[in-house]
Design a protein around this ligand. Sequence first.
Ligand code: SF4
Length: 359
Amino acid sequence: MKICPMPKNILTKELEQQNQSIDNTLCEHFPITRKELKKLIKGTHLRTWEAILAEHGYGEGCDHCHKVVTLVLQRLRNPSPKTASIKDPIEAFIARSNKWGRYMITPRLPGGEITAEQLRVLGEVSTEFKLTPKINLGQHIDLFGAKLEDLPQIWKTLIAVGFESGHTNGRSLGMVQTCLGEKWCGHALKDSTGLAIRLEHRYKGLLAPAKLKGAVSGCTTECAGALHKDFGVVATEKGWNLFIGGKGGIKPHPGVLLVRNVQEEVLIHSLDRFLLLYMHDAKKGMKPYAWLKQFDGGIRALQDLIQQKHSNVPATVEAKMKQYIDSTSCDWQKILEDPQHLSYFQPQIIDSKVTSAFE
Ligand code: SF4
């Protein structure tokens, strides 16, 4: 049984006080921890699921251990993800698996904008492959319940009408939310939807220390919730305000103002610098809120660094950001073009206890 991180910590502490512990083993087929399994695979020459299961596992395996072994093998094949625009495409895809050995399909929808034809195709694909569509809070439409072997055909159909794969899981930019914007809202001071789309395309390939969310609001009514995102932009009479380090969750915290009343190009330049400093400096799993709290000199020092015109940061920072932007491409386009990647999409091991959830 999976336990959420916070209750798990509380439970672990309680059990420790009673000299007991939580069972952290992977599953009945691999009665060792995830860390131990990784170490075991790295230390052997075994490089297929079948061989690893036969040598170190019990029974036929389940969806959970199959996924962990596949991820470890994929990481061994592609050991330097920081050199790529984003994760290995197969690794990124595996991260989107759901319960019951089925998969989630989340096309990227910058600005929440979708054409009538795309909407029709999503409906047709859902009907044909028996998927469950769900609109989520991040202005995406998720399709749940896809079989592994159906994924290439589904994505081929979606890419043909202009969709690309999103990155709703993992250490990357999930989305840049936006409000109605100047096209549809009489209060809008600027084109918030256009800016959100530009930012999402610009940063969609980043491999960040943690999952990132951004938002852009067209006025201070702040319908997009920009102040509680990792980075948020709000239009003003004079330009754009950029906030960083906001967060939601159980202890929400508004972001702090990094730059005020700037024009679009200055805003993007400032955001580039902030993101690259954060990506360079933050530990794995650390969100901007936590990074900012421990940043030497706090927000004032960061503002100075971002606004410095004559430091040695600009050339290197801009080159690095350009490298990320230029090397970004659709994970699923890469998978469809590579026969080796496509060979992964064979019928998957399904937990034998789960047979009727989708039939
Ligand atoms: S934030 Fe302002 S511009 Fe955007 S939808 Fe709300 S009221 Fe309209």
